[in-house]
Design a protein around this ligand. Structure first.
Ligand code: FES
Length: 332
């Protein structure tokens, strides 16, 4: 039998076939979709903060947070913003999907888990970053837990789930900020973060500058690192490439050694050898390609792993990260 050998990342997932059962406008430039199994059976359970991979076309897979009530497994709800510089994902969701469209999705996975023992949760959402946080807010409210959701948006028309936050069940615990300047956004974030409570945790999701500001303020105001949780939708910064050098990767299970050129990623180099590597975002954001490192020193370029995981160095995102040592041995 010929064809590429199959090497999967640690997060390999089977797919589900679902159908779009409802489409709605969640806000200006934000489309909300409901997905269900064709036979109406319950979907797999998920935790707040979870996302699914949505297969939108050949080599077009995107991650979207689940925004509904975790207890309602009749449908999954996602909300997708139309991006001006779409690489194809948001355009496909906005232009190609309608009620009845069949799609492949992954089972839910959670890269943004909540601290089970938090006595208070502060959810800080910038723009479409509301999507993982609203499912957290719904779960916290359903469990009678203490929380505050602060949603920042360009205008009220740009605010997804506006009705839930303004007049719905979440309104008493929600604060909406809209049309703020950069300085006013920072001042509002500072005000939220200054009211620190014992054993409270922060969850931040939104555009990179919003998250960088929130994270820096939280640290400056004395929040412990383990109480600050962030979810990236896009790489925080472009990976450095200028001074990159050759290195080699040895795949421990077969002993195959693969040279990686300065302009190549490990994934590219493996594919060039006919290997099929499971990836999704290929930007170091989603975690699909995270691979165990058995020896060598990774040069981390992703924003999925935490600073602590980077320092530990026993796993890496092979879609973007490189090597500081001449040889990396990977558990593949
Ligand atoms: S494929 Fe998403 S982090 Fe590598």
């Amino acid at each position: 039998m010929s064809g590429p050998s199959r090497i999967l990342g640690v997060n390999q997932m089977s797919t589900l076939s679902v159908r779009v059962t409802a489409v709605a406008k969640a806000a200006l430039d934000v489309r909300q979709l409901q997905l269900a199994l064709p036979d109406g059976a319950p979907l797999p359970a998920y935790e707040p903060g979870s996302h699914i991979d949505v297969h939108l076309g050949p080599s077009l897979v995107r991650q979207y947070s689940l925004c509904g009530e975790c207890g309602d497994l009749s449908t999954y709800t996602i909300a997708v913003k139309r991006e001006a510089n779409s690489r194809g994902g948001s355009r496909a969701v906005h232009e190609s999907l309608s009620v009845g469209t069949e799609l492949k999705i992954s089972r839910p996975r959670n890269n943004f888990p909540m601290a089970a023992d938090a006595e208070h949760s502060l959810l800080l959402a910038g723009g479409i970053g509301i999507t993982p946080l609203i499912s957290m807010a719904r779960a916290l409210q359903a469990g009678g837990r203490s929380f505050e959701l602060a949603a920042f948006s360009r205008s009220l028309d740009h605010l997804a789930f506006r009705a839930d936050l303004e007049t719905g069940k979440l309104a008493p615990s929600s604060r909406i900020h809209h049309g703020l300047s950069r300085d006013d956004t920072e001042a509002a974030l500072r005000a939220h973060l200054s009211a620190r409570r014992e054993n409270a945790h922060i969850y931040l999701c939104g555009p990179a500058p919003f998250m960088a500001t929130g994270q820096a303020l939280a640290r400056a105001l004395g929040w412990p690192e383990e109480a600050i949780h962030i979810e990236h939708f896009a790489p925080a910064s472009a990976p450095a490439t200028g001074a990159d050098e050759w290195f080699e990767v040895r795949l421990s299970r077969t002993g195959v050694v693969i040279p990686v050129a300065p302009a190549q990623t490990i994934v590219d180099a493996m594919r060039a050898r006919g290997m099929d590597v499971e990836t999704s975002c290929e930007q170091g954001v989603c975690g699909t390609c995270i691979t165990s490192v058995l020896s060598g020193e990774p040069d981390h370029r992703d924003c999925f792993l935490t600073a602590r995981e980077h320092a530990k160095g026993d796993c890496m995102a092979i879609c973007v990260s490189r090597s500081r040592s001449p040889l990396l041995v990977l558990d593949l």
